[in-house]
Structures are given as C-alpha cells and as structure tokens.
Design a protein around this ligand. Sequence first.
Ligand SMILES: Cc1cc2nc3c(=O)[nH]c(=O)nc-3n(C[C@H](O)[C@H](O)[C@H](O)COP(=O)(O)OP(=O)(O)OC[C@H]3O[C@@H](n4cnc5c(N)ncnc54)[C@H](O)[C@@H]3O)c2cc1C
Length: 281
Amino acid sequence: MKLCEFLRPASLPAARDNLRELGVKGMILAGGTALHFMQDHTPVTAVDITRLGLSYIRPDGDFYRIGATTPLSDIQRFRAPRWAMHEICRRISTHQIRNVSTLGGNICRVFPWADLPVVLLAMNARMVVYSGHEDEFTADEYFATQPAKRFLDGNILTSVKVPSLKAHHGFGSVKVVRTAAAFSMVTIAAVLELDGAQIKSARVAAGSALPFPRRLPEVEEALIGKEADPAVFKEAAARAGAAAPWRSREGMTPEYSRHLAEVSILDALERAATFARGRAE
Ligand SMILES: Cc1cc2nc3c(=O)[nH]c(=O)nc-3n(C[C@H](O)[C@H](O)[C@H](O)COP(=O)(O)OP(=O)(O)OC[C@H]3O[C@@H](n4cnc5c(N)ncnc54)[C@H](O)[C@@H]3O)c2cc1C
C-alpha cells in the first residue's frame, strides 16, 4: 500500500464513516508495521485509529479486556493474577517493533508468522468488532478464515477479551526461532484444565508451519480424560502429524516441520501442566 493521505477521526463512528466512504481507497492504520509486508503499491488514505481510546488492558468479569490498539510492549509488561499473555509478546520480534505493533494489527490481517492468533485460539478468547454496534466472535469463529475479510466494510476490531485463567488451568507456549528476533518456525500454545491428576479439558493450537493458525483437535482428544503425564503428552503430540498440513517453512521440509511441531507440543503441554499444578486457587 502507498499511503497518500492520513485521516485522524475523533470517534469510532467517524472512523467507520471515513472507511465506508473511502471503500477500497482507504485502510485502517494502527502501528503501520505490516505495510512493510504489503507489496501492493495501490495509493490509499490511512485512517489512523490510534487515538480512539482503544489502548488499554483492564479486568472485565472473567476476562481481561485488551483494546485493539494496545501496543504489544504494553501487553508484554502487564502483570496480573490469572494472566499469561505477556509470555508470547516478549518473544515477538524486537522491542522497537513491539512498541509500535498493536494487538489488532497482529490479528486483523493474519500473516503466516503471526503468534497471537495461536495463543488466542488456545485461550478461547473473544474478539469484539464494531460495525455500528459491537459483535463478539469466539476465537474459533474469528480465525476460521482470514479475519481481514471481516473488515472490508469499514468494520473495526475494538477489543479482545482474554479469559482469565481459572484455578487448575495452566497455559504453555513455545515459539521456535533461529535467532531471537526471527519469525517463528513453529508456534504452539496450550491451555490445560486439570482435575487432580486428570486432564479435564484441553485446547491446543499451532501456527507458522501451517497455511493458517488452527487448533489441533486430534491432539486435544488424545488428552481429555487422561492422566497429565509425559507418556500421555508424547502420545498426544504424536497425533500432530495427522492433525494438520505441516508445510515447508524457513528452509524446513514438511516432515521436519511436523517433527518440530511434535516436540514443541510436548514442551507446551508440560509447561501448561506445571502451570496448572501450581494454581489450586
Ligand atoms: C520486522 C518485523 C518482524 C515481525 N515479527 C513478528 C513475529 O515474529 N511474530 C508476530 O506475531 N508478529 C511479528 N511482526 C508483527 C506483525 O507482522 C505485524 O507487522 C504487526 O502485528 C501489525 O501490527 P500494526 O499495529 O503495526 O498493524 P498495521 O500495520 O497498522 O495494520 C495491519 C493490518 O491490520 C489492519 N488493522 C489494524 N488494526 C485494525 C483494527 N483495530 N480493526 C481492523 N483492522 C485493523 C490494517 O488495516 C492492516 O491491514 C513483525 C513485524 C515486523 C515489521
């Protein structure tokens, strides 16, 4: 995209009106870092949404609500009970990029290396989209296809509701990279709910070595009702091969991507179980 003009609307309805009037000649601008990856040089007017009061993190019932323009560095620095989103944010690119990139920018146009969709799928987050009124979508609905399609009519992501981790729930994520700030080779996130030694529920998601981030139901099914121990985790991780179309990425063959996914799933599950065992309250 080639940015030719900037608009800085004062309210959410005004931003939506601007976007609807501009149609394909307009685009939402948050941190602007994704422009680096958009090879198309069509002239557009940028509608800057960073001054609409959408940068915040606050508790909201059983959720933490994160405003769409909250920079990744704020999510990385935030600490609270039952919160785990900082873990993945500190592993995204560099400080400079995290200071500018926003939550919304990371999940409204999903690039193959995007880490947050994987974590939000595992955490069963809700996305709130403004289209004159606010609608809420589960992560499964929202990431069923490229979310950018939802925003063609001037709609705007306003916030994301991340469930606070309840007692006996644990979160684990693994991002495999060649160097500290590199794109992911494979990203895995898992949330386990334990009932004593048994796994009551499981959500496991993967990205990067796949065409699009997704949950791994075959892996989840192999966990539910079983003991949370390394042998069960290994057996579940071995289902990854059949669970998703692992592809070549960063010079890896599809077979190597699958292998990397399996060992990363094992690692993420062990982290999630350790986290859950330490959280009886
Ligand atoms: C060198 C580099 C390395 C990176 N490495 C990683 C990495 O390893 N892992 C990772 O996850 N990310 C990584 N990123 C970040 C990621 O690729 C995106 O650049 C970033 O998340 C986009 O955020 P932004 O706020 O800059 O969005 P923008 O560039 O402003 O927008 C991105 C897209 O989303 C749309 N959009 C933005 N906000 C909204 C909204 N609220 N509602 C509707 N549509 C919206 C825009 O119109 C645009 O199409 C990297 C970025 C760079 C530059």
